[in-house]
Design a binder for this molecule. Structure first.
Ligand SMILES: Cc1ncc(COP(=O)(O)O)c(C=O)c1O
Length: 413
């Protein structure tokens, strides 16, 4: 029964485009009314009709501790009761900055913003300001938020590398400096570097992708990006909005031992509140205003409630064994799936085609399991998931496979 959800969605459609404030939550292509959430505790979300779902979206990877973790609730409520926003520097911003600088070796200084989109957009402006060059390289299928110059997909071959905007409303001039090439393809990369070495400001990537399913980088490819950018004086920007503090305390850069110039964070560092950041080498970060001439600002940047939530979250992540425990939970689910799941720590994806995915999504939804409503997105296991929930989920996935007319129809690749 989803009567309330349907009624609310119908009313929302009249006043909000598509009834939602971000397209990924619209259930487009799934042929169903989107979820209207009421509350969340631990790994479970309850909708406005009182239906409960084990949640593997966890606010798109933001909630590594699960919903409404008591420590986050306590810390944020305490902050709210003392003022929720000042537009003035606060102590917790310094505490958060010092913590991230201590934990992530490549980060010497950090600036907080409110969304991953702002972090990557500012990182590009900073790279262009620092290098005084215009062009950037991004990779096909990598998502860096919705700022104009990053809403670009590639032509299918390097030779046909005319950048094409993924969205209407992005002018050709805006994306003229965005070069888009395939991921994990050293030849394509070397060719572009050769052509644009004088004008290239930066290479930006999701070091482990979350937005085209989980795709792991070839370690040698990341090393190549580092070496070649260094050689030509361009910056390497790791977009760790998803992987930062998800795959470990030092992110994907720690796993692959790469030292980027700038790292973008988001999601987990806000503990479920709007916070994101760009951090990196001091000589680069110091080009930001007020020290430097690259402008960046935000009324709610470094908001103390979001900083408190992030700071409390990071305290949990630093406890000995946190990531090992999370990996064990993920193993419990993933090892049962029998198929080659693409995985990095507690994030993973089950590649499949869209019509099959719609069926799969509905099958799980009807059984009280909520997964990210797109076949391109990663699932996230939180510290709050219980063994029972993970076992039940594995049973349901296997049941779905068993019920397929052809047992291979999950089409995992
Ligand atoms: C890798 C990556 N970068 C940037 C963003 C944009 O972050 P936000 O949605 O907070 O603007 C996202 C969002 O999912 C992301 O996955």
């Amino acid at each position: 029964m989803r009567k309330q959800s349907e009624a609310i969605f119908q009313r929302a459609l009249k006043v909000i485009p598509g009834g939602v404030n971000s397209p990924a939550r619209s259930f487009k292509g799934l042929g169903m009314t989107p979820m209207i959430a009421q509350s969340g505790f631990g790994a479970v979300i309850r909708d406005v009709d009182g239906n409960e779902y084990i949640d593997y979206c966890q606010a798109w990877g933001s909630l590594i501790l699960g919903h409404a973790h008591p420590d986050i609730v306590r810390a944020t409520c305490a902050q709210i009761s003392q003022g929720s926003s000042f537009g003035i520097a606060t102590q917790v911003e310094e505490e958060m900055a010092s913590t991230i600088v201590r934990l992530v070796p490549s980060v010497e200084k950090i600036r907080f913003v409110s969304s991953g989109t702002e972090a990557t957009m500012t990182a590009l402006r900073l790279a262009r300001g620092f290098t005084e060059r215009p062009k950037i390289i991004k990779f096909t299928g990598h998502y860096h938020g919705h700022s104009d110059s990053l809403l670009v997909r590639a032509g299918s071959a390097v030779a046909a590398m005319n950048s094409i905007a993924t969205s209407k409303g992005v002018s050709a001039a805006t994306i003229a400096d965005t070069l888009c090439i395939p991921f994990n393809d050293p030849d394509a990369f070397l060719q572009v570097i050769k052509e644009h070495k004088e004008t290239l400001a930066a290479v930006i990537l999701e070091p482990i992708t979350a937005n085209m399913g989980v795709v792991l980088p070839k370690p040698s490819f990341l090393k190549l990006l580092r070496e070649e950018t260094q050689k030509i004086g361009a910056l390497l920007i790791f977009d760790e909005v998803v992987t930062g503090f998800r795959v470990g305390l030092t992110g994907a850069q720690g796993l692959y031992d790469v030292d980027p110039d700038i790292t973008c964070f988001g999601k987990i560092i806000g503990g479920g509140f709007p916070a994101a950041a760009l951090g990196g080498k001091a000589k680069i970060l110091d080009c930001l205003a007020p020290l430097g001439q690259v402008y960046q600002a935000g009324t709610l940047s470094g908001n103390p409630v979001a900083m408190r939530a992030g700071f409390e979250t990071l305290k949990h992540l630093q406890r000995p064994g946190f990531y090992e425990e999370l990996a064990k939970k993920t193993d419990r689910l993933v090892s049962r799936l029998e198929e080659p799941v693409r995985r990095a720590g507690s994030m993973f994806s089950l590649p499949m085609d869209e019509p099959r995915f719609a069926e799969f999504f509905r099958y799980l939804f009807e059984r009280g399991i909520y997964i990210p409503p797109s076949c391109q997105e990663a699932w996230f296991v939180s510290a709050a998931h219980t063994e029972e929930q993970l076992d039940y989920t594995a049973n349901c996935v296997l049941e779905f496979c068993g019920n397929c007319t052809n047992a291979q129809t999950l089409q995992l690749s």
